[in-house]
Ligand binder design. Structure first.
Ligand code: GUN
Ligand code: FE
Length: 419
């Protein structure tokens, strides 16, 4: 009975967008890294297989971070005294400029990956920088850890500082080399990453569209993230009716995952186009209140069938913990609903769904503990008080609202314990 693991404890995962499944004192059987089933008692056919007991611990799916910037990790939680445009120019671009130094990149990317795993994130879509060598190091490090990832070498050829502005031809040839080198990766894969429309020429985007087709690769960018960005994009691309159309016209859609970070101010056309290509809109709750100042109409997008995920968006966001982003997603929806009652409040179940099962769907069968899903899982504990014990679902809720990485007792990636 090699390659079988049996774990005893409480189990919580998203059944649907609206409902969490809860098992008390259950046994989860994992075969070759995949959940075989959840049982009240260990079935006879597994007799003799040792059981690992997590006692009062709660097993939950590991988290998926659908939007972050690994190179901005050194800036988390500081330099948030400016909004997007000024924040980029004053702080973030100079930091990214330092990734021309591979030694700096090496140290930052090790710290970033370590912190991300410690906080229970096992799947990530991340920006690198424009730098080929540094971004190569990031993708190699993630691959080595076995983390499911999409990693982008950033493209930008306009409206940035000289040290981050590429020549269009160089941007395209370096990107093509990056795609060729890493497209055979098993876990950490490349994704096209035009930074956002204000820093990309139409010709650069069209060139990237050709690469998308040639290499059958998806794309990530920042989409309708602020009123300034939305207005600036329509000024720079007057023949497009919305931000999303800029990338669609360039041929960037339909070749792999499509990830639009923020999606805070979408028009009807933005929503229609994202849905047509089954794109994900990623809410980044901390970034929203630190450098963007807008709230995604999450409930409304969900009603419209948009696929949703959560992102840490470090360093606009301060923490790599997707669990705390889930709580903040609920909190932000209450503020939005107060000022704009047509936007409904997001339930905790829905936010957890975005953080796990829905976000995880971008990477394959992960983000749930149902039969057939990868056992990418966390065990959390230490959240109940003696005088007020919590149910397993309440334990998960308190973890997201008031817990920390210290509450994660064990981490599993495809059935193997890591971290
Ligand atoms: N828009 C363009 N670049 C960035 C970035 O680095 N962070 C965020 N949050 N938004 C951006
Ligand atoms: Fe971002």
């Amino acid at each position: 009975m090699g390659e079988i693991g049996i774990y005893h404890g409480n189990i919580v995962f998203s059944k649907t967008e609206k409902e969490l499944a809860e098992y008390r004192n259950g046994y989860i059987v994992v075969e070759r890294g995949v959940v075989e089933g959840i049982y009240e008692r260990v079935p006879d056919r597994f007799c003799g297989v040792p059981v690992r007991d997590f006692d009062s611990g709660v097993m939950i799916p590991a988290f998926s971070d659908l939007h972050t910037h690994a190179p901005q990790y050194p800036q988390r939680g500081v330099k948030t005294d400016a909004l997007l445009k000024e924040w980029l120019e004053k702080y973030t671009f100079p930091l990214e400029g330092r990734f021309s130094d591979p030694e700096f990149a090496d140290a930052v990317y090790d710290a970033f990956i370590g912190d991300m795993i410690r906080r229970g994130t096992m799947h990530v879509v991340t920006f690198g920088t424009i730098h080929e060598q540094a971004t190569g190091m990031l993708i190699e490090k993630l691959e080595k850890k076995g983390i499911d990832a999409y990693v982008g070498k950033v493209n930008m050829d306009e409206n940035g500082p000289e040290y981050l502005c590429e020549r269009k031809e160089d941007s395209l040839s370096v990107t093509e080399r990056f795609l060729e080198k890493y497209c055979a990766n098993r876990r950490a894969k490349p994704i096209l990453t035009p930074r956002f429309a204000p820093t990309c020429s139409g010709e650069l985007l069209t060139g990237l569209g050709k690469l998308a087709k040639k290499y059958d690769v998806g794309m990530q960018t920042h989409l309708v993230e602020s009123l300034w960005e939305k207005k600036e994009t329509l000024r720079l691309f007057p023949d497009c009716s919305c931000d999303t159309e800029v990338y669609e016209k360039a041929g960037l859609f339909g070749h792999g995952p499509l990830v639009g970070a923020h999606f805070i101010f979408p028009s009807e056309e933005d929503i229609r186009l994202l849905n047509r290509y089954s794109g994900y809109a990623v809410q980044c709750p901390e970034a929203t209140v630190n450098v963007i100042a807008g709230i995604m109409p999450t409930a409304l997008l969900s009603e419209r069938g948009v696929k949703l995920g959560l992102g840490s968006d470090v360093a606009a966001g301060q923490s790599l913990g997707i669990f705390s982003q889930a709580a903040k997603s609920v909190q932000l929806s209450k503020i939005k609903s107060f000022y704009e009652p047509e936007n409904k409040v997001v339930s905790f179940a829905q936010a957890f769904f975005m953080a796990t099962k829905q976000g995880g769907s971008l990477f394959g069968k992960t983000g749930s503990l149902e039969k057939g899903y990868a056992f990418d899982a966390l065990v959390i504990d230490g959240l109940s008080d003696e005088f007020a014990p919590l149910s397993p679902v309440e334990t998960v809720e308190r973890f997201c609202y008031a817990g920390s990485a210290d509450n994660i007792l064990a981490r599993f990636l495809r059935g193997c314990e890591i971290g």
